[in-house]
Ligand binder design. Sequence first.
Ligand code: SF4
Length: 480
Amino acid sequence: MDEKCGVVGVSLDDRAAAQPIYYALYALQHRGQESAGIVTHDGFQQHSHVEMGLVGDAFSEDDIAELNGPNGIGHVRYPTAGSVDSSCAQPFSVSFKSGSLGLSHNGNLVNASALRDELAGLGHAFTSDGDTEVIAHDLARNLLDDDLVAAVERTMGKIHGSYSLAVMHDDRVLGLRDPQGNRPLCLGELEDGYVLASESAAIDALDGELIRDVKPGELVVLEPDGAGYESHRLVEPDHTARCFFEHVYFARPDSTIDGELVYEARRELGRQLWAESGIDTDVVMPVPDSGRAFASGYAEAANEGDGSVEFAEGLMKNRYVGRTFIMPTQDERERAVRLKLNPIKSTVEGKTVTLIDDSIVRGTTSTQLVELLRDTGAAEVHLRIGSPAIVAPCYMGIDMASREELLAADRSTEEVRETIGADSLAYISHEAIADALDTPREDLCMGCVTGEYPYDIAGEATDREVSRPTIDGNRASAGD
Ligand code: SF4
C-alpha cells in the first residue's frame, strides 16, 4: 500500500532542477518522513537518488550536484507502522522501450491488484508491491502505441482510487490529479520555470507564485525548457471527493488547498465548534500544534458573544520528539505523549479547561492529556474536537489506524468520553465540515467519519454511485 506522501515536479530554463526540488521536499517533509527521493533528466538520461530517512539526511551536497538536468520530480513518503521498505521508496524510476519514466505518487489505488495481475499476465515483472509501479507499467505499455496525453488518458481510465502524481517521461514533467481530486496538487510559477507540488507551501519555499490547483481529472504537462505548460482536462467529474482530512489534520496550515488557506479553514472549524458545542470555561487551550488554529477560532467566537474566555497555551511541546501518530506500538505511543507535552501549572491549576484538538484516532493522546491536566490541578477538562468521530479506516492513502484501533469505531460519544476521562466531549458535525470548507458535502470524501466511501472498495459501503473501471486485458479505457 502507498501512503500519504508529498510530490514535486519542476521544469526550469537552464538551471538544475535538483536544488529547488530538494527545498520543496523540505517544505513537504510533514507529508512523509520515511524516505525521500529526486529523479532528474538532463535531456539524455535520467539521474536518480532515493534514500530512506528525512530529506536533510537523504541527500548530501554531492548527491544534489550529481542530479543533472533542468527537469525533475521528487517525493517524500509517509511511514507505515512497523515496516520500512526501500523497494517502495520513490520516485519510482525505470526505462522501458517507450523511454524513461519516473513517478511520484500520493494516494492509494483501490484496484491495483487487478491491474497488477493483468500486467503480470502480459509478462510485466514487478520489483515492489506498491501501486506506483503498477501505474508505471501500464503507462509505459500505453506509451508504445499512444502519444503522451492519450497514454495518460488510457491509464487514467484503468486506475481507480486516489492519486496525485508527478511523472517524468524522458525530460517532460507532468502532474496528474485523480478525477475525484482526493489528494491535493497545485501548480506554481518560478522566475525561470514551473513547479507542481502537493501543497502551495512548497511553491512559497521556492519564492514562486501559486497559479492554481490542478483540477480533478486534469493533466498538466510542463514544457521541458520551463517556458510554459499545457493543460488537458481528461475527465470532468460531476462530483469530486476531496479529502476533508487534509484540511483538518494533514496539510500545513500555511498551504492553500483548492482555493482555501488551511489555517483559515481550521479557524472556521473552531468557530463552528463553538457554535455547536461551546462551553463556558476559564481557559481554552489547544493541543499543540494540531489544535491551535481550531482553538483560536473557537475562543474568538466565544468572545464575540458576552462570554470572556481566556485563550492560553497550557501545554508546551518538545519539538524534538516525532509524531505519536506514527509510533508503532501502544507502549511507545503512551511514552511519547509524556515526552512530547508538558503542562504549564499556572495556566491550569484550579481552572476549568476546554482542551481543543483536531481529531481522536486511537485516543491515547487525548486520554493522557486529560490525565495530565487533572494531575496538574485542572478543576474540569472538557474536550472539543475539530473533526467528526473517526469510525472507519482510510483506503485512500492516510494510514491512520485499522478499524479495531479506532477508539470511536464501536463506541458512542459518551463511551469515548468515559474512556478518555473528560468531563464532556463534543465533535464537530459532518455538516459543519462542508460549511467550513465551503464545499458541497457531495464533493467531499468523508469515508473515515461516515464509513461510506466515494470509491468502490471491496466490503465497504459507498456514499454515491461509483464503479471500478474494468480490467479486461483489452486495454479499453473506462471511457470506451
Ligand atoms: S477516508 Fe478520510 S482520510 Fe481517507 S481520503 Fe476520505 S476523508 Fe480523507
